[in-house]
Design a protein around this ligand. Structure first.
Ligand SMILES: Nc1ncnc2c1ncn2[C@@H]1O[C@H](COP(=O)(O)OP(=O)(O)OP(=O)(O)O)[C@@H](O)[C@H]1O
Length: 225
C-alpha cells in the first residue's frame, strides 16, 4: 500500500497538486541515536498519510516536529508554503494536533475546554459548534465534568473534540484510536473521511490496521529498512 494513492473514492486527488505539508530532509537525533534520517514527506489537501512502524521507529518524533513541539536536528517543514513557526498565527490556525500524551487544564470542565479552543480561534458560532461536537463525540452528558473525572476513553474523545471545534487545514494525530471503544474507532474513521472530503489534510500515526486501511491514501512505514 505504501506510496500508492487509492483509486476511486478520492481519485480526484491526482488533480490537487499543491502540498499542504512539505517535509524535506528531516533528521532528528537524540545524542548519537539517529531516529529520523533525511525524511521527505508531503501531504496534499484532502489526503491522509498514515505513519506506521514498530514502537520506537520515530512516528511520534516526526509528528512532534510537525506539531512544532520538537526541533528537527536538520531539514525543513513547511505548511502551505510557509515555514513552520508557532508564532505565525496562520500556522497556528491551520494546524490541529492531538498527541499521544493528553494534556488538560484540571480545573476546566469538558465544555469549558471546548469553549476555550473555539473562542481562542475566534469561531463566530462557538457555542453551537461546541454543542454539536459534544454530541458527536458522546460527551454531552459529561459536559460539566472535570477531565480528571472522565474515563481514559472519554478523555481521548475530549482531545479529539478539541481538534474538531477549531479551524484547521491539517490534522496531526498520534495514535488517535488509543483507548477508544469499537464504536469510537468507527466514528473516528467516518469523521476523518468527512474531513478529507472537506479538503483537509491528515497526518496520523497508528497501530490500528483497519483505521489505516479506511482513511489512508498513503502509508509510510518508518520501520522499513
Ligand atoms: N526526548 C527524547 N530523548 C531521547 N530519546 C528520545 C526522545 N524522544 C524520543 N526518543 C527516542 O526516539 C525513538 C523514537 O521514538 P518515538 O516516540 O518517535 O517512536 P514511535 O514510533 O512513536 O513509537 P511508539 O509506536 O511506541 O509510539 C525511540 O528510540 C525513543 O527512545
Amino acid at each position: 500500500m505504501a506510496g500508492v494513492a487509492k483509486s476511486g473514492r478520492r481519485a480526484w486527488l491526482a488533480r490537487v497538486p499543491d502540498s499542504l505539508l512539505t517535509v524535506r530532509s528531516l533528521t532528528r537525533s537524540y545524542g548519537d541515536h539517529l531516529v529520523l534520517d533525511g525524511l521527505d514527506l508531503d501531504v496534499a489537501p484532502g489526503e491522509a498519510v498514515a505513519l506506521v512502524g514498530p514502537n520506537g521507529s520515530g512516528k511520534s518524533t516526526l509528528l512532534r516536529c510537525v506539531a512544532g513541539v520538537d526541533e528537527p536536528s536538520a531539514g525543513t517543514i513547511e505548511l502551505a508554503g510557509r515555514p513552520l513557526d508557532e508564532r505565525d498565527a496562520e500556522i497556528r490556525a491551520a494546524l490541529a494536533v492531538v498527541m499521544d500524551d493528553l494534556d488538560f487544564f484540571p480545573d476546566l470542565s469538558v465544555v469549558e475546554h471546548l469553549d476555550l479552543f473555539a473562542k481562542a480561534h475566534g469561531l463566530a458560532d462557538a457555542e453551537a459548534q461546541v454543542n454539536e461536537v459534544l454530541e458527536e463525540v458522546g460527551l454531552t452528558t459529561a459536559s460539566a465534568q472535570l477531565p480528571g473525572t472522565l474515563s481514559s476513553g472519554q478523555r481521548r474523545r475530549l482531545a479529539l473534540a478539541s481538534a474538531f471545534v477549531r479551524p484547521r487545514r491539517l490534522l496531526v494525530l498520534d495514535e488517535p484510536e488509543q483507548r477508544l471503544d469499537v464504536g469510537g474507532v468507527e466514528w473516528l474513521g467516518e469523521r476523518l473521511v468527512r474531513e478529507l472530503a472537506d479538503g483537509l489534510g491528515v497526518l496520523l500515526a497508528s497501530h490500528h490496521p483497519a483505521l489505516v486501511e479506511r482513511v489512508a491514501d498513503r502509508v509510510v512505514d518508518l520501520g522499513a529498512p
